[in-house]
Design a protein around this ligand. Structure first.
Ligand SMILES: [Zn+2]
Length: 274
């Protein structure tokens, strides 16, 4: 489910074909270099942030890396174009006053209001998320409190959905916990311990329900067999659509992540212009 664009190649620095001289800068891409001792390959990955991460051996310098990039210019171009599309579809959430942010598949307006008590609150009212704050508070702190609010909402929503579907399916987890994994929406181990991603709260309820039903079904079938999917289908008849939705919208809840993938401020080692 993880999104990545990866190229893995045998290191060939002694190749005879001379790379043509760099054309005057038309495109540029930020490059992050990871050096591993004894690494004998070139690996590149375009990250959702638009960074090109290049993994090479310890002794490989920037000129060799640039030569390699030039040899694989088409690949770089295709990968960065793909990322640009994803980023266009998901503009950066800046947590600004008046901005719309999703919860349960609906758009909620973020409204900053003066704090009324010592402890600044965050609360919902008529499809708006009110955040009490003042000029003294940093934006980072506000963003953190909004994320905490989502987490709290996610935990209580998912707990109640698990209760509802446990009754319906007559399947009860031995333990329920919450996480915020990058690309995992839920898991269920052999001890009957279910873990759910609280960021599901930003998606429509049907989607969160599908994940709940999926994990509860694992209490009966520990695999993804036909029998498993048959059971899922009883409670989530449109599960195929929901599965697809999650795949296509994985970056929609990236803004709630501790370390968002789409909009990061990683300092590149150099900018490659071609
Ligand atoms: Zn599963």
């Amino acid at each position: 489910m993880d999104w990545e664009w990866e190229l893995f190649q045998q290191l060939d620095l002694f190749s005879r074909n001379k790379v043509s001289r760099k054309a005057k800068g038309l495109s540029s891409v930020p490059v992050v270099v990871e050096r591993k001792p004894y690494f004998r390959h070139f690996r590149m990955m375009v990250k959702p942030s638009g960074h090109l991460v290049v993994t090479v051996g310890r002794r490989i310098g920037q000129p060799e890396i640039e030569k390699f990039l030039a040899q694989n210019k088409d690949w770089v171009e295709a990968g960065t174009a793909e990322v640009a599309k994803i980023r266009e579809a998901h503009p950066q959430v800046r947590f600004e006053n008046g901005e719309l942010i999703p919860m349960l598949g609906r758009e909620y307006r973020l409204v900053y209001v003066p704090r009324t008590a010592k402890r600044a609150k965050v609360y919902l009212r008529e499809q708006q998320i009110f955040v009490e704050t003042d000029d003294m508070e940093s934006q980072d702190s506000r963003v953190q409190r909004i994320k905490n609010f989502y987490e709290q909402k996610g935990r209580s929503l998912l707990s109640s959905r698990v209760e509802i579907f446990s009754e319906k399916m007559q399947l009860y987890p031995s333990q329920l916990s919450f996480r915020s994994q990058k690309t995992r929406w839920g898991s269920c181990n052999s001890k009957g311990h279910i873990s759910l991603n609280w960021r599901l709260v930003a998606y429509p309820l049907l989607i969160a329900d599908y994940v709940v039903i999926h994990e509860l079904a694992h209490l009966k079938h520990q695999d993804h067999s036909k029998r498993f999917w048959k059971l899922v289908e009883v409670y989530s008849p449109e599960y195929k659509v929901h599965k697809q939705y999650l795949r296509e919208h994985q970056f929609q809840v990236d803004f709630l992540a501790k370390q968002p993938e789409l909009y990061t401020n990683i300092e590149p080692d150099f900018i490659w212009t071609y």
